[in-house]
Design a protein around this ligand. Structure first.
Ligand code: ATP
Length: 246
């Protein structure tokens, strides 16, 4: 498999705070890769650096064989990287449909965009039935779904998800993960960070463990799920209950 995205020794941060101290990782074509680690480890900063919200201080970001480090967020979206931000950020005072149209703003193929919106509305009836309602009237889980589908409307080569299950009830967490694994089957490449490390590893092919701005462990999901340190630090009983009995 080809590496779609490669980070080489990325350093980045905020003012004097060096949040990433040389992060190296890669995402292959068609994979789901997850970053796990404690609060403040640098997971969100890694995603923001990839999507161009933060500029790397050192290191390289290579997407489809081209260096993209330091490019604007806009340029990076144009190249096919779409980030769904944390916390269901939909346009609350716009309709569901208008939100989906916004997701496709970089595209010129308007007719196709319309067709795809209809397809997504059929596939996810909770969106279809509410396509003319304001997004702010949707439940938390529905807003999260909308945020994800909006992210897909740009037809990204790489979809970046920042805590897609945050604040959702266990049943919805399960649904969100079913959607994520469904996207992989359709060939979407996904980089995911998630509080629910167990669910993330179960959905992912591989994972990286970040601590204080560095990758401290990496491997196939199965390896990480069975790793004693990972189990102790990140796979608490609560998470297991959510995933297996939720
Ligand atoms: P969390 O799960 O808490 O979001 P994280 O692994 O995503 O954790 P980051 O948000 O990437 O961690 O934070 C990495 C470091 O950068 C932390 O020390 C954090 O305090 C700091 N940091 C994050 N955002 C900012 C900001 N806007 N300004 C200054 N420091 C920040």
């Amino acid at each position: 498999k080809q590496a779609m995205l490669i980070l080489r020794a990325i350093q980045a941060g905020y003012g004097n705070i060096r949040a990433l101290k040389g992060v190296s990782l890669h995402v292959n074509d068609g994979e789901i890769v997850t970053l796990i680690g404690p609060n403040g480890a640098g997971k969100s900063t890694t995603l923001k650096t990839i999507s161009g919200i933060i500029k790397p201080i050192k290191g390289q970001i290579i997407f489809e064989k081209e260096e993209i480090g330091g490019q604007s967020a806009e340029e990076i979206v144009q190249r096919g990287i779409s980030q769904v931000p944390e916390g269901r950020r939909v346009f609350r005072t716009m309709t569901v449909k208008a939100n989906l149209e916004m997701g496709a703003f970089i595209r010129q193929d308007r007719e196709r965009v319309k067709r795809e919106i209809d397809e997504y509305c059929m596939r996810f009836p909770v969106l279809g039935q509410r396509s003319n309602q304001l997004a702010g009237t949707l439940s938390g889980g529905e807003q999260q779904l909308l945020a994800m589908v909006r992210g897909l409307m740009s037809r990204p080569r790489l979809l970046i998800l920042d805590e897609p299950s945050m604040g959702l009830a266990p049943k919805l967490v399960k649904e969100i993960f079913e959607i994520i694994t469904g996207l992989r089957e359709e060939g979407t490449t996904i980089l995911l960070i998630e509080q629910n490390a167990r669910a993330a590893l179960k959905a992912a092919d591989r994972g990286y463990v970040l601590e204080t701005g560095k990758v401290v462990l990496q491997g196939k999901s199965e390896y990480l799920l069975n790793h004693t340190e990972v189990q102790r630090a990140y796979l608490g009983k609560g998470y297991r209950e959510v995933w297996e009995n939720g």
